[in-house]
Every structure is written in C-alpha cells, then in structure tokens.
Design a protein around this ligand. Structure first.
Ligand code: GLN
Length: 398
C-alpha cells in the first residue's frame, strides 16, 4: 500500500478557498452569485478578437520566460501614462501567470524560512497562503475603525507588527475585500515603516482602474516607495478577463532578478496569445478606461443604496468592485454562518470576511458583495435579499 497523501502543515490549515466554497454553494442552489469577484459579462470584443487572431497567427509556443517584449513595453507605458511611474521594460517588468503568480514568486524569492511577512487585515487570502508556502511567518495588522465610518491603517500598529525578521510588507491598494483606498499619509506610513526595517513592499494593485475617489494612489507615489516596491497588477479586472491569468510585476532590477529566478521554476512562461492581446489593450486610450470605471461607479451606487435600504451597515467603497457591509444591524452576528446559509435559504451568494484575518474569532459581522455583475443579476440579488433576509432565523431565535 502506498503511503496515503498527507497535506503538509504549510497548507493543511487553509482548506478550500472561500471563493471556491461559496461559488460551489451558489451553483448548487442556483443562487445569484454576488460572492466571487469575476464579471458575469464578457470582455471587450476587440480584446477577445486579438487573442483569437494571435492563436490563428500561430503564436502558440512558449513565450520568453519574462514575458513577450511588446507586453513588457506596454506594461511600462501604461504605468507611465496612467500613474506617472517609470519602469525599464527589460530589467524591471516581468509577466506572470496572473497577479497570483507574481505574489507567489515575490514571496518565495525574498523570504527564507522563518522570515516575517506583514499583512494588513482583512488580507486577500492568496497573500496569507503564499506567505506560508514560502515558509515565512505572517504578522497581521487589523485596520481600525475610522471616524468617517470606514477603516484606517494606524502607523504604530504597522510598526508594532514589524521586527528585524520582517522581509516583506504586503499592501493591497485598492483593498479587497473592504473596497478601501489608502490615503497618501497611510501609504507614507507603509514606506516609512518598510524603510525602518529594510523590508520590501509587495503592492498588489489589481484594482488600479477601479478607483472612485480621484486618481489611483500607490506606495510608489511616495518618496522612497519606488526603490523597494514590487508593484503587481493584472489584466483580469481592468479588462474583464479573470480567466486569462495575465499579470505582471514591476520592481527595481535586483528585486526583479530575484522574482524572475522564482518564476522560471513555477510556470516558466505564461500564455502566449493572451500576452499579445493584453499588449494591445494596455495601449488603449481613455475612451476605454473612463467609461469602464464610470459604469462600475454606477453599479456600486445601485448596490450600496439597495443594501443600505435593506438595513445593512454599508461603508461605500472608494475602489474595487466589492462592498463589505455590516450584518449586525440586521440582527445577524456571524458572517461565515450567514454566507453558508444564504445560497440555500434565499438564493444569494456572498463572501464572509472573517476568514481574511489571522484571528477570525475577533472579526465577525462583515459580508462582502461583488458588483461586477450584470444589472439583471444585481437586481435579482437585491430582490432576493430584500424579500428573503427578514425570514431568516437570527442567532437569538435558534
Ligand atoms: N479575486 C477574486 C475575489 O476576491 C477571487 C479569486 C479567486 O477565486 N481565488 O473574489
């Protein structure tokens, strides 16, 4: 008898991702899936046609490991035009298989066993699991309640989570699952603290084009930020192609060398025809990006107003396509329990946020809804919440 497979301790505690669990529940109960963050509408035709053309033209073999030159140039050009950030496409830009691989490679390239990674909570689960897979130790920094009803990063909290073992500080800006954008003061604090302990900053900016409160802000906009930051993004959210898995990492040459060393041993290279298509799209002008963001703003307002009306405690997000809302005003107390019950009981899928904390027991009560969904799906989801929630059993009833 072969020895039974035994998941390592690095992975065992994480189980199945919450996105898979909740999407499966939605599917099983034919629920409106306002959980997992993928658009339920198609990508721009010009983009899908470009990928089809690339396949037809025979661009089907390995791309260069670091990415095709035209995409690396397009990533650098896009960062310069949209954010005023300058990268050398040859030495500072690496194409990856989605932002996820960029995160994985960065942490695996930079962390030795026992090094520490600081994560702002609620974190995106991949940041947490990639930390453990790299053999590093996670240090969580929960955001605090802000006076305006949102959340704020406290510089002293961040500092207290660091030590001489800190190798990387991770920030997700705009932030999934809260939809928070960070102020330049908060971003300045991240750079200051990183400098104090000489840590690298991993800045996951996949929602860079879904910003509703002015221009996108990055740690790279703060003095000193560019020198120590791996700026990660992808095509998924910007172009509604979450299934293509085209991402990239921009970083100073020494850090780029390190993450390229890891990338060659993970996927080696990333989907060639998709790289060609995204290289085109990144060069599109404002007539794509601005209406796209305006349309998400419209969906945000539609969903937030309805959730508020239904009785959730809504903090209107400044970025991303998510809104995290408080279920306690409605008489519920456990977001995980509610999200596990909703698909079967009222036909709506959502994502609980307690699972995005080192200590989930301290963080009950926030549920994340996605608005990257058609107007029909949003309307149906809202209707089901409105009519179904009042009849759901509350903790006091059970
Ligand atoms: N990023 C997506 C979300 O937050 C999900 C990605 C995934 O399913 N792993 O909903």
């Amino acid at each position: 008898m072969p020895r039974q497979p035994q998941l390592t301790s690095r992975l065992q505690r994480f189980g199945t991702t919450i996105f898979t669990e909740m999407s499966a529940l939605s599917l099983r109960h034919d629920a409106v899936n306002l959980g997992q963050g993928f658009p339920d509408f198609d990508a721009p035709a010009a983009l899908t046609e470009a990928a089809q053309r690339a396949i037809g033209e025979g661009r089907n073999q390995y791309a260069p490991g670091n990415g095709i030159p035209s995409l690396r140039r397009a990533v650098a050009g896009h960062a310069a035009r949209h954010h005023g950030l300058d990268y050398d496409p040859d030495t500072e830009v690496t194409v990856t298989t989605g932002a996820t691989e960029a995160i994985f490679c960065t942490l695996n390239a930079l962390c030795d066993i026992g090094d520490e990674v600081v994560l702002i909570e609620p974190f995106y689960d991949v940041h947490r699991v990639a930390t453990s897979m790299a053999g590093a130790v996670a240090r969580g920094v929960p955001l605090r309640a802000a006076e305006d009803g949102g959340w704020r990063l406290d510089e002293d909290d961040l500092r207290a989570a660091t030590s001489r073992a800190t190798r990387v500080i991770v920030i997700n800006a705009p932030m999934n699952p809260l939809g928070k954008t960070f102020s330049l003061d908060e971003l300045g604090a991240v750079v200051r603290v990183a400098e104090e302990v000489d840590a690298v900053i991993l800045s996951d900016e996949v929602y860079e084009h879904l910003v509703f409160d002015g221009a996108h802000r990055s740690v790279c906009h703060v003095t000193g930020g560019m020198d120590r930051t791996v700026r990660i993004s992808s095509a998924a959210k910007t172009f509604s192609v979450t299934g293509w898995k085209v991402g990239w990492a921009c970083a100073p040459p020494a850090i780029t060398d390190a993450l390229r060393a890891a990338k060659q041993w993970t996927t080696f290279t990333s989907g060639t025809p998709f790289q060609h298509a995204v290289a085109d799209a990144l060069g599109w002008d404002g007539s794509y990006f601005e209406p796209m963001a305006a349309d998400y703003l419209r969906r945000r307002d539609l969903l937030c107003e309805a959730l508020d009306d239904i009785g959730f405690g809504v903090t209107v997000p400044d970025g991303t396509f998510f809104v995290a809302c408080d279920i306690r005003p409605l008489g519920f107390d456990d977001d995980l329990d509610l999200c596990r019950r909703m698909p079967a009981e009222i036909g709506v899928g959502a994502i609980p946020t307690q699972v995005f904390h080192e200590d989930p027991s301290a963080h009950h009560g926030l549920v994340r809804f996605a608005f990257c969904k058609t107007d029909e799906a949003l309307a149906e989801g809202i209707e089901r919440l409105r009519s179904g929630l009042p009849g759901m059993a509350r903790p006091d009833d059970r």
